[in-house]
Design a protein around this ligand. Structure first.
Ligand code: ZN
Length: 481
C-alpha cells in the first residue's frame, strides 16, 4: 500500500515535472552574484542535477582544484573547506565528513570534470538558486532577498541542512592539509566533557580495532601521495592514557605490518569534539569498516589493493598489423612482447595482469576496451610495432585522455631507455583503444618493423625481454608499487 502510494506520487511528480525537465544536455546559464560565468563547457542538467565544470567554480571562487588521476579524484579547496569528489562515485567528503551524493556522480567530459553545482557551492558557503523562468542557476555569496520566488528541480543532498552538527562545516574549523592531524593544538578536554572516550587503537593482523567507552560512529576516506586512510570519530575525545601518550598533540603507534607504516591520532576538532585516526600505508590498500560486533568499537579490515593491469597485444588472426622487413608480422611481435610482460607481472604480488588476447585471435578494438572496462582495470597498455618509410625510426608512445598522460610519460621513459631507439616522444592521438577505455591508457609503438635496423632487434628474445621489463617497471612506477 505504501509502495502504491509512493508510485502514484512519483507518477504525479513525473507528469507534473515533465515540462520542466529537459533533455540531459540542455546548456544551463550559470551566474555568480548576478554575473554570467562563461565556462568552457556549458553547465547542463543531468537527471535534474545541474552539473558544472569544476574549473569555473575554481576560477569564480578562487578555489584550488587538484586532480588525482590515480584515484580519479578531484579536490576543491577554499580557505578552511576541502571537498573530495570522485569521478563516477557518489561518495563525497567535506573536511571530516563523508556524504553520499543524491544521484549524479562527478563525470568527465572531454577532459573537463563536471561536478554537481549545488553540493559543491553550498559546501563552499554559497546559496544556490534555480531560476525556472530563465532556466538558469544562480550562485549567491551574499544574503539573498527573501521574497525572491524560486523553484528548484535541482535537489542533491543539502548537507548543511541534514547534518547541522557535522565537524568541519563551521567556519573556523581546523584545516587538514593532506589529512594530517590539525596543526592548531586542541587540548583534550579531560573529565569536563561527557563524551565517549577513545581508549585504545590496536592492530590485530588485518584488523584495526578502535575501542571506545561508549557507542562510536566513524567517517572514513582515503588520501594519496602518500597513501593513507583517515577515520574520524565525531563526538569523541581521547581517553586519559591515549592523551598522555601524545607528543605535540599527536599520538603515534608504530606497528609491525607489511602494509602499514604507522598509525597517528589526534583530537582533530573541538566543534564538535572529533578524534581523528590516520593510517599511513606503504602502498594502496583496500579497506572497509566491519559491521560492529561491539557497539563501542570501530573495526576496519585491511587488504592489499590489487591493481588490474590490462595488456593488449595489438591486432591478431586475420589482422596481421604491419609487415616487417624480416618477414614476420606485427601481430606476432605484439603477442610475444605482451606474453613476456604478462609473465613478469604475474610475479608482482600487487598486480593482476590480464591479456586481451593470449593467442592468435582477432578482437575488435571496442572489444579490447570493453574488456578492460569490464575488468575495472587500473591501467591499460596496448603494445604495437610501427611501420612507415624504410628510413623512419624510433620509439613513440600515445595517450588520448588527460588522465593518461602521466602513464604514457612514465612508460615511455622506461621503454625508450630499453630500446635505445630514437625518441619520437609522447603524443596525443585518438586511437580507439585508448579513447574508449575508462582508465588511464597508453599505446606503445616500440619501434619500426619497416626499418632494417630496428626490425631484426625487435624479434630478438633478449630485446623483447629487456623491453618487457621496461614496460613492467613503467607500470610499477606509475602505480607506485
Ligand atoms: Zn599496430
Amino acid at each position: 500500500m505504501k509502495k502504491l502510494l509512493f508510485s502514484t506520487l512519483s507518477l504525479f511528480l513525473l507528469v507534473f515535472m515533465l515540462p520542466m525537465v529537459s533533455s540531459a544536455d540542455e546548456p544551463i546559464p550559470l551566474y555568480l552574484n548576478g554575473e554570467r560565468l562563461e565556462p568552457e563547457v556549458p553547465p547542463r542538467l543531468v537527471q535534474d542535477t545541474t552539473m558544472v565544470p569544476v574549473r569555473i567554480i575554481a576560477e569564480a571562487l578562487g578555489a584550488d582544484v587538484e586532480w588525482n588521476q590515480d584515484e580519479q579524484q578531484v579536490t576543491i579547496t577554499v580557505d578552511q573547506t576541502k571537498i573530495w569528489l570522485w569521478i563516477g562515485k557518489l561518495d563525497a567528503v567535506v573536511n571530516a565528513s563523508s556524504y553520499k551524493l543524491d544521484q549524479v556522480p562527478p563525470m568527465n567530459d572531454a577532459g573537463n570534470t563536471l561536478v554537481p553545482v549545488r553540493f559543491v557551492a553550498e559546501n563552499l558557503g554559497l546559496m544556490v538558486k534555480w531560476d525556472n523562468e530563465n532556466r538558469a542557476v544562480h550562485m549567491i555569496s551574499e544574503q539573498p532577498e527573501p521574497e525572491q520566488p524560486v523553484t528548484e528541480p535541482d535537489q542533491p543532498e543539502s548537507p548543511s541542512e541534514e547534518h547541522p552538527a557535522e565537524p568541519g562545516m563551521e567556519p573556523g574549523a581546523p584545516q587538514v592539509p593532506g589529512g594530517t592531524p590539525a596543526p592548531d593544538p586542541i587540548e583534550n578536554p579531560g573529565e569536563e566533557v561527557q563524551l565517549p572516550r577513545i581508549e585504545s587503537i590496536q592492530l590485530n593482523n588485518e584488523q584495526l580495532v578502535i575501542q571506545g567507552t561508549d557507542e562510536l560512529r566513524a567517517n572514513h576516506f582515503s588520501l594519496v601521495n602518500p597513501h593513507r586512510i583517515v577515520i574520524d570519530l565525531p563526538n569523541t575525545v581521547l581517553g586519559e592514557q591515549m592523551a598522555a601518550n601524545m607528543v605535540n598533540n599527536t599520538g603515534e603507534l608504530y606497528v609491525d605490518h607489511p602494509m602499514i607504516e604507522k598509525i597517528r591520532y589526534s583530537l582533530y576538532s573541538d566543534k564538535p569534539y572529533t578524534v581523528r585516526v590516520v593510517i599511513d600505508l606503504n602502498s594502496k590498500a583496500s579497506y572497509k569498516l566491519v559491521d560492529q560486533n561491539e557497539w563501542n568499537q570501530v573495526v576496519m579490515n585491511f587488504q592489499p589493493f590489487i591493481y588490474n593491469v590490462v595488456i593488449d597485444p595489438g591486432h591478431g588472426a586475420k589482422d596481421p598489423g604491419a609487415g616487417s622487413v624480416v618477414g614476420k608480422t606485427e601481430k606476432e611481435f605484439n603477442l610475444s612482447m605482451s606474453l613476456k610482460v604478462k609473465q613478469l607481472l604475474d610475479a608482482e604480488p600487487l598486480i593482476q595482469p590480464l591479456l586481451t588476447r593470449n593467442d592468435d585471435t582477432f578482437l575488435e578494438l571496442d572489444e579490447r576496451a570493453a574488456f578492460a572496462n569490464s575488468q575495472n582495470a587500473d591501467v591499460f597498455v596496448s603494445i604495437h610495432g610501427n611501420s612507415f618509410r624504410p628510413e623512419t625510426r624510433g620509439t613513440e608512445t600515445f595517450y588520448y585522455k588527460a588522465d593518461s598522460r602521466e602513464l604514457a610519460d612514465i612508460v615511455h621513459k622506461h621503454v625508450l631507455e630499453a630500446t635505445g631507439f630514437p625518441d619520437r616522444g609522447v603524443k596525443k592521438s585518438r586511437f580507439r583503444v585508448i579513447t574508449v577505455t575508462s582508465m588511464p591508457a597508453t599505446l606503445l609503438e616500440i619501434g619500426f618493423l619497416s626499418n632494417e635496423i630496428e626490425a631484426p632487434q625487435m624479434f630478438e628474445e633478449e630485446f623483447q625481454q629487456r623491453v618487457a621489463e621496461a614496460i613492467v617497471n613503467g607500470i610499477k612506477e606509475y602505480l607506485g608499487v
